[in-house]
Design a binder for this molecule. Structure first.
Ligand SMILES: [Fe+2]
Length: 332
C-alpha cells in the first residue's frame, strides 16, 4: 500500500484580499511613458486582488483519468488574481524595448511569444510569480503545494498579432485600455490563427493571467478540449483575472480575441513541491522558443535539484523503515 504521505490534503482557499488603488497623483503609476525594469517592489497588499474561484474541476470531472496527473486537478473557473497596479508593472517590463528586441520568439504554434527574461531584465515579473503569496494561491487552486518549475519560463507570454505584425508590438500601450466606441477591426494575416494553437504543456501546472483590457473583448478564451470532443472555454471577465490548470494533461489553446486592440496573457509554470509526487516537467515545447545556452543549464540544474530532493526523501523513508523494522524485531 502507498504511504499516506503520497497524498497531500487539499488546501482551503483563503479569503479575499482587497487591493488598495494605486496613488492617484503618482506620475509613475499613471504614466505610459516608462518601459523597463520596474522600479516598484512587489507588495501583495497592493499587487494582489485575489477573489477565490467559483468552480474547480478535477481531471475526473473533465472525463480524464484521475491518475493522468500528479494529482486529480484539472482546472479552476477564472478568478481574480492581480490588481491593476500589478498589471501595469507586468506590462512595463513586458513591453520594454529590450524584451521586444531580444525576447520575442515564434513558431508554428504561436506567432508571437515574449519569454525568457531574466530577473534583472524583469524584476517585477519574477517577484510576482515567485512570491509566497501567489504560490500559496496557485497551490490552493491545484490542491497541492507547488513551486516554480523553471526560471526561464517565468512570465511566458502569448501576444496576439494584428495588422502591425510583430513590429507593431512596440505600439501597444503600457496601460491596458478598451477600444474606443466605434472602433473598426482591421483585417490581418493573423485573423484565422490561434494565439497559441492546440497543445499540451511541457510543465505540469500553469497559471494563465489576462493582461489586456476585457471591457469590450469578444473571445480570447483559453479553450480546453475534453475527451468527448467538447470544447470548454474559460476567460475571466476582468483584467488581472486568471485560470489555473494542469495543462500537461489537457489539450488546450489560446483563442483569438476580437473587438480589442490586443490580447496578452502571461503564464507561469509550476511543479509539485512534495518529493513523493511525480514531476512531469520536460522542455519539448521550450526548445524552439529559447536560447538553448540559457535553457539547458537551468533545466539541468532544476532536474538535479528535484533528484536531490527525491533522493533525500527516499533515504529518509528507508532509514525510518529500517528503524521501525528493528523495533518490531526487538519486541517479537
Ligand atoms: Fe499551454
Amino acid at each position: 500500500m502507498a504511504p499516506s504521505i503520497l497524498v497531500q490534503p487539499p488546501v482551503e482557499p483563503s479569503t479575499t484580499t482587497a487591493a488598495p488603488a494605486p496613488p492617484a497623483n503618482d506620475d509613475y503609476y499613471l504614466s505610459n511613458a516608462y518601459r523597463g525594469p520596474s522600479k516598484v517592489k512587489f507588495d501583495p497588499s497592493i499587487h494582489l486582488s485575489f477573489t477565490p474561484w467559483q468552480g474547480r474541476y478535477t481531471l475526473s470531472d473533465l472525463g480524464l483519468p484521475a491518475s493522468a496527473g500528479a494529482n486529480d486537478f484539472g482546472t479552476t473557473e477564472p478568478f481574480q488574481l492581480a490588481s491593476p497596479a500589478a498589471v501595469l508593472e507586468l506590462r512595463r517590463e513586458l513591453l520594454q524595448e529590450s524584451t521586444l528586441k531580444k525576447r520575442l520568439h515564434w513558431w508554428h504554434r504561436s506567432p508571437a511569444c515574449l519569454r525568457g527574461y531574466t530577473a534583472a531584465e524583469a524584476p517585477f515579473i519574477h517577484q510576482f510569480w515567485t512570491s509566497p503569496e501567489v504560490i500559496e494561491i496557485v497551490s490552493e487552486a491545484a490542491g497541492i503545494q507547488l513551486e516554480v518549475c523553471l526560471p526561464y519560463e517565468i512570465g511566458h507570454t502569448n501576444v496576439q498579432l494584428g495588422p502591425g505584425g510583430r513590429a507593431g508590438l512596440k505600439d501597444l500601450p503600457v496601460t491596458p485600455a478598451p477600444v474606443p466606441p466605434g472602433w473598426q477591426e482591421r483585417r490581418s494575416d493573423y485573423d484565422d490563427v490561434n494565439v497559441d494553437d492546440w497543445h499540451v504543456d511541457s510543465f505540469p501546472y500553469t497559471c494563465v493571467l489576462m493582461l489586456s483590457n476585457t471591457d469590450r473583448m469578444v473571445g480570447g478564451e483559453t479553450a480546453l478540449r475534453l475527451p468527448g470532443g467538447e470544447i470548454r472555454k474559460l476567460r475571466g471577465p476582468t483584467t488581472g483575472s486568471c485560470v489555473m490548470m494542469q495543462g500537461r494533461h489537457m489539450p488546450h489553446a489560446a483563442l483569438r480575441a476580437w473587438n480589442t486592440g490586443e490580447r496578452i496573457t502571461m503564464t507561469c509554470p509550476y511543479r509539485p513541491k512534495h518529493p513523493a509526487l511525480r514531476d512531469d516537467t520536460e522542455i519539448t515545447n521550450s526548445l524552439q522558443l529559447s536560447y538553448l545556452n540559457e535553457l539547458f543549464g537551468q533545466f539541468a540544474l532544476e532536474r538535479f535539484r528535484v533528484l536531490q530532493k527525491k533522493s533525500e526523501y527516499m533515504i529518509g523513508e528507508l532509514e525510518n523503515g529500517k528503524k521501525e523494522a528493528w523495533h518490531w524485531i526487538r519486541w517479537e
